[in-house]
Design a protein around this ligand. Structure first.
Ligand code: HEM
Length: 437
């Protein structure tokens, strides 16, 4: 383990299945590591917690791809398929202050923790509906039948996409998750359709708002159930832009899209990876079920954070580029170099976390980087937490003897660069035990 020659290969099938031994090696021997990515692009991987946290907050590391030395301006590096062709570049994950500050302030006015909290009954309704769909069968694929539809329908509801159009979003998102990673064929087409739909919806809602001018609406009035005009997040975004500050229609469409995109596969994988961890760690899982049976919520809340730290959905933070020569953890980095902060490696750093490879659902000291850090800290964290808490409690309560229906070694992980998640998560349970809520 201490031999440099023993460096595990990166980006192989074994690495996609379990990257943690490779990350442990990098943290110890080459904490800021120059590597060639599968795309051929050279980048730095930052794997220690302290360096990662500093890098995420360093204003000299820009999110704007124009700073990439290799291909100025041309590459879309946020992981959004079809991004180059679609006009979606002006979103939060691709820009720096002062534009970022302005857009983030506008969206924060509409996407408030209060709006998310009001949404809880709807999320519970969705999780119950998905469990109802397979409860009688005694088996299910938790990715496709549960984790995948939840965030799509939840975000559509929140944005105000009418119920009759939400299945289209499910299909477009399905195309993106199945074939993500490149702006090819169906994926690019799905992104284009989604964008065209959102632009149209924004037009329509703006017209409805101007015509109806709902009295007293302040952008956070309702939970966003997709029902009436004015009480949804898109209307909130339009309104925020109408109050002095400027949000163009393009920016509003890009914002709606980034909320959908950033909140989709992340949530699928938070639920998928989290349930996978619980199903392969019976001790913590029994402890959590007992706590839920007692009607407690504290362990559930810390469990969501621990599952995110232990095997979170975002393996690497989205791309950053050095705008000047700098050092990270003592390693010189040239201007124009891409820097990838490996959240999954930082969150298992023994220099910060006691027994980092152990799943300790009650872990109290847990300042993980799973939602990032600094000005790009996840805007959707309150929604992600709500969805994860509701998903885990619904599954563990309604399906008490839930078990993995495959050898863990046979499970297939998606080999993406930014996201970490399972292709399928087959489970079995006693049908009779699937109590109604
Ligand atoms: C940013 C993780 C869910 C919206 C981020 C970042 C991370 C992250 C690591 C920072 C990326 C970087 O600095 O490069 C997660 C995880 C989720 C999740 C683990 C788990 C489920 C969501 C949801 C939404 C959302 C549900 C919205 C509905 C965003 C947005 C940003 C962001 C808009 C960009 C913020 C900015 O640049 O200012 N997320 N996210 N995320 N997330 Fe999330």
């Amino acid at each position: 383990m201490t031999d440099r020659a023993a460096m595990p290969e990166l980006f192989t099938w074994e690495f996609a299945t379990d990257p943690y031994p490779a990350y442990a090696w990098l943290r110890e021997h080459s904490p800021v590591h120059r590597t060639t990515l599968p795309s051929g692009v050279e980048a730095w991987l930052v794997t220690r917690y302290g360096d990662a946290r500093e890098a995420l907050a360093d204003p000299r590391l820009s999110k704007n791809p124009v700073h990439h030395a290799e291909s100025p301006g041309a590459r879309g590096k946020t992981g959004i398929p079809g991004e180059r062709s679609a006009d979606l570049m002006t979103h939060l994950l691709n820009i720096d202050p002062p534009d970022h500050t302005r857009l983030r302030r506008l969206v924060s006015k509409a996407f408030t923790p209060r709006r998310v909290a009001l949404f809880e009954p709807r999320v519970r309704q969705l999780t119950d509906r998905f469990v109802d769909g397979f409860a009688a069968r005694g088996e299910a694929d938790l990715i496709h039948e549960f984790a995948f539809p939840l965030p799509i329908y939840a975000i559509c509801d929140l944005l105000g996409v009418p119920a009759e159009d939400q299945d289209d979003f499910r299909d477009w998102a399905g195309m993106m998750i199945r074939h993500g990673g490149g702006p090819r064929g169906g994926v690019a087409r799905s992104v284009k359709r989604m964008r065209a739909y959102l632009v149209e919806l924004i037009h329509r809602k703006r017209a409805e708002l101007t015509a109806g001018d709902p009295a007293g609406a302040d952008g956070a009035a309702g939970a966003g159930t997709g029902s009436g005009a004015g009480d949804d997040l898109i209307s909130g975004l339009i309104r925020a832009s109408d109050h002095g500050e400027h949000l163009t229609e393009n920016e509003a469409a890009a914002m709606a899209f980034i909320l959908l995109f950033a909140g989709f596969e992340t949530t699928v994988n938070l639920i998928g990876n989290g349930m996978h961890t619980l199903l392969t760690h019976p001790g913590p899982r029994v402890e959590l079920q007992a706590s839920l049976a007692r009607g407690e919520s504290a362990l559930l809340e810390s469990a969501v954070e621990e599952l995110l730290r232990h095997d979170g959905p975002v393996e690497l933070a989205t791309w950053r580029y050095a705008t000047a020569a700098l050092t990270i953890g003592g390693q010189p980095v040239a201007a124009g170099d891409p820097v990838l902060v490996v959240l999954a490696a930082a969150d298992r750093d023994p220099a910060r976390f006691t027994e980092p490879d152990t799943v300790n659902l009650a872990r109290a000291d847990n300042p993980h980087l799973g939602y990032g850090h600094g000005i790009h800290y996840c805007l959707g964290a309150p929604l992600a937490r709500l969805e994860a808490r509701t998903a885990l409690s619904t599954l563990l309560t309604r399906l008490p003897d839930l078990r993995l229906a495959a050898d863990p070694a046979d499970l297939r992980w998606r080999g993406g660069l930014i996201m970490r998640g399972l292709r399928t998560l087959p489970v079995a349970f006693t049908p009779g035990a699937a109590q109604a809520n």
